[in-house]
Design a protein around this ligand. Structure first.
Ligand code: GLV
Ligand code: MN
Ligand code: MN
Length: 420
């Protein structure tokens, strides 16, 4: 007689349920057939939060929020005086985003909680699934507001008067969100945490190209955001002679070219993006009075990142001909490495499930970057099609999403039972 092996906890991960939840979330803020526009603290973000809260209440989990509307779904442990193990990611999306960036980490975490219920497993420590507020920073800059405030790296007050492109202040959007969620604001999930693990689609091409199931993330490259504002004088495009022009657009193009030259690297490890540009008055036949643009600069090496950031500052300090120029730094986060023990824990959970793994750093920013400053942290990546992200075409296979959730639940149980 052959004995049937007893089921593993990860066997209770329900691929179809996890996929359905993604599609339910994708219906909120849907654009076109596949895209999502669910920017931070918008009506769509609130609707998605409320749906998660309803699912959580149906399962009997505790739901909490904090002053910046981070949303916590907590499955109690045997000893709730012990610090929680947390997982999660973000519900907000880019304006032209996909169905998986961020929301996957929240739903994989929720699937892990449901899986533990279905398997009848208790853990020593509570496990919290967190939806961090405004990870993307596309509506209210900078990004990762919720996790940076939670980790104590930034203060809520730093952000309250930030406005979106329509002039709406963050404090008003935050108040509406907190009111609409109507959940307990006396939160119990607070630093110190025992550990944090975030699941995410890779957002790059490596796992798919190499046919690997799970990316075990070793750290996150550093990022700096700048907002450059160039001020000239608006005047008639056809009648104003060269000597009389204070052309903010000409000065902006010149500054951008100088920056691009200064950050040219041989090994192409630097990432440099100007993703937003505003022109005032933005008329074809008027010389631009103001050009405002953002720089997103990333590098895995802290020293090189600093060198390139200094180059941007020096170029601004050198002036912009007849125009004024100012440079405001919106975000400065050095690269981080996740602790070896956490990386090992994720890797061995994947290996125990016979999933193939590679170790890789994250090119994208994640809430895990801030969590890493307050507790042992790591991340789990799953493949996404063609490495495409921040695009409606973003796609991840249901089976790959489920694999990541399996690794996540096994890792969470180990951490919540102090087995590593
Ligand atoms: C988040 O999506 C980031 O990497 O900026
Ligand atoms: Mn993300
Ligand atoms: Mn993103």
């Amino acid at each position: 007689m052959t004995l049937k092996p007893s089921p593993r906890i990860a066997d209770f991960v329900d691929e179809q349920r996890l996929w359905r939840r993604h599609m339910d979330m994708a219906a909120i803020g849907a654009i076109g057939t596949d895209g999502v526009n669910r920017q931070a603290l918008s009506r769509e973000d609130i609707a998605a939060r409320c749906m998660l809260i309803e699912w959580a209440h149906r399962r009997g989990y505790r739901v909490e929020t904090d002053s910046i509307a981070n949303l916590f779904v907590v499955r109690p442990g045997r000893n709730n005086t012990l610090s929680a193990v947390a997982t999660g990611s973000h519900i907000d999306s880019q304006p032209s985003g996909g169905r998986f960036d961020g929301i996957y980490g929240v739903l994989a975490g929720f699937e892990a909680l449901e899986c533990l219920d279905d398997a009848g497993v208790e853990t020593d420590r509570p496990i919290a699934v967190v939806a961090w507020t405004n990870e993307e920073g596309s509506r209210f800059a900078p990004s990762t507001m919720g996790s940076s405030v939670f980790a104590g790296a930034r203060q809520l007050d730093d952000f309250l008067n930030v406005t979106d492109s329509g002039g709406a202040p963050l404090h008003a959007a935050l108040a509406t969100t907190l009111d609409s969620m109507a959940v307990d604001a006396t939160y119990t999930v607070a630093p110190p945490l025992k550990a944090y693990i975030e699941a995410h689609i890779e957002q790059g091409p490596v796992l798919e190209a190499r046919g690997i199931d799970i990316g075990v993330v070793t750290g996150i490259q550093g990022v700096r955001w700048f907002e450059i504002e160039i001020t000239g004088r608006s005047a008639h495009a056809g009648t104003t002679p060269k000597a009389n022009r204070s052309d903010a657009m000409a000065a902006a193009i010149d500054a951008i070219n100088r920056v691009r030259l200064a950050i040219e690297d041989g090994d192409e490890r630097t990432r440099f993006t100007i993703g937003r540009m505003e022109v005032v008055p933005n008329s074809p036949n008027t010389i631009a009075e103001i050009v405002r643009f953002t720089i997103d600069l990333r590098h895995p090496d802290a020293v090189e990142l600093e060198t390139y950031a200094n180059a941007i500052r020096s170029i601004c300090d050198a002036g912009a001909g007849p125009c004024g120029i100012s440079c405001r730094e919106l975000l400065s986060q050095p690269p981080c490495s996740f602790p070896e023990l956490m990386v090992d824990t994720v890797e061995s959970a994947a290996t125990s499930l016979s999933l193939s793994t590679i170790r890789l750093p994250s090119g994208a920013m994640h809430d895990a970057l801030f969590l890493a400053s307050i507790c042992p942290t790591s991340m789990i990546f799953v493949p996404c099609r063609n490495g495409v992200s921040h695009n409606p075409a973003e796609f991840a296979e249901p089976s790959h999403l489920a694999n990541g959730a399996r690794v996540l639940v096994e890792t969470l149980v180990k951490l919540a039972n102090n087995e590593q």
